[in-house]
Write a protein that binds this ligand. Structure first.
Ligand code: ADP
Length: 351
């Protein structure tokens, strides 16, 4: 008898791998499509009330209570949109390793307060109660105040979004030896056990239907986790299940005990003061350049605007400004190149 024996294990394994790969591709394509639908929806949402607000203002005109109300509404919608787009940009920066922390010695209470300030109107509009326990005595961390505020802001926002009106949110900092645990606890819709490990994944959302009342892109928690890790900390989610509320706990290493803090510890500039500088504002977005230049004039400066790199260089030479606010992505010549030319023309000397 003559026979052959063919070992097909390898081929079978390869086939299985290919099948899996194809399934992954279909899944990732579906995720991408779902994400794009959500993104379009989320970006479109605030535009309708903003558009209506503008029409209303045109019809009513002038000042008055109604106009003030419309203005506040437009501001809220705009803030929401800016936050959404900022998160989106941050996610891509993080995944390409482009986020840099600007660490400094910060007072944790100040950061917690600024996160509270930014979510207060949402929490109030939901009729929810916020209970806060700041660290006592004060705690100093080596952290990036803007990024850490973003972390707490995201958690507080979620707590408000995913809770019923009238719910209660707790925001508590507790020192535990060499670290501090900051928890955000809510009495909201909770998270099912099988979803818990996935909530920090990019684009993960427990309820993906477009009809869900509280939108978002599913990137907030992923950002929170990456930012906390960049600070050498950890973040954990806990929930006893659907309807049982959620708790998010951020642990961060403590630097040193805080000596009496000097007033302005975050190095923020004092409130807009009257200055009188000649400022050249360069931005290819004309509305942006115009509005910024209007603001700068209101606080007492002289301004001029330019809208591309070549114009920026020409204006800089002619106008001889004290300060140039220069956008980087510009037509004709980018901001770096324009800056290099301007510096060369001035030959490193002040005017
Ligand atoms: P989103 O933009 O959808 O809010 P996040 O990344 O912030 O994205 O959150 C991911 C998902 O985790 C949310 O869609 C929601 O299903 C769930 N989630 C986040 N925070 C809470 C919370 N406090 N209570 C219940 N579910 C939450």
């Amino acid at each position: 008898m003559v026979g052959t024996n063919l070992d097909v294990t390898e081929r079978k394994e390869l086939e299985e791998k290919l099948r899996q790969h194809a399934a992954d591709l279909v899944e990732s394509d579906r995720n991408k499509n779902e994400f794009l639908a959500t993104l379009a929806h989320e970006l479109r949402n605030p535009l309708a009330p903003i558009g209506n607000g503008l029409k209303l203002m045109r019809l009513v005109g002038g000042g008055g209570e109604a106009v003030e109300e419309v203005r506040l509404m437009m501001e809220r919608q705009l803030t929401q949109m800016v936050r959404l787009v900022d998160d989106l940009m941050d996610v891509s920066r993080i995944s390409t390793g482009k986020i840099e922390l600007h660490k400094q010695s910060i007072d944790l209470s100040e950061v917690m307060n600024s996160a509270i300030e930014s979510t207060r109107s949402l929490i109030e509009s939901m009729g929810q109660k916020l209970v806060v326990t700041l660290p006592d005595p004060p705690l100093s961390l080596d952290a990036d105040p803007t990024r850490l505020t973003q972390v707490f802001l995201n958690l507080l926002n979620n707590a408000a979004k995913y809770s019923e009106p009238g719910g209660c949110i707790e925001f508590i900092a507790l020192r535990q030896e060499h670290e501090v645990a900051v928890t955000v606890t809510d009495t909201g819709i909770g998270i099912a056990a099988d979803q818990l490990p996935r909530v920090f994944e990019l684009f993960s959302q427990v309820d993906r239907s477009l009809e869900r009342s509280q939108g978002g892109l599913g990137i907030g928690l992923s950002l929170v986790q990456r930012l906390v890790e960049l600070h050498g900390g950890t973040v954990e989610a806990r929930s006893d299940g659907a309807g049982m509320g959620s708790e998010f706990c951020v642990r961060l290493p403590i630097k040193v005990k805080l000596p009496a803090l000097q007033g302005n510890s975050q190095g923020r500039p004092a409130a807009a003061s009257k200055t009188s500088l000649r400022i050249l504002v360069v931005d290819d977005n004309r509305d942006s350049a115009t509005t910024l230049s209007m603001l700068l004039r209101i606080v007492g400066n002289e301004t001029r605007t330019a809208h591309d790199g070549e114009e920026a260089v020409a204006q800089a030479l002619e106008y001889r400004p004290d300060v140039i606010l220069l956008d980087l992505g510009l037509p004709k010549m980018n901001g770096y190149e324009a800056c290099r030319l301007i510096r060369k023309q001035f030959n490193g000397k002040k005017q």
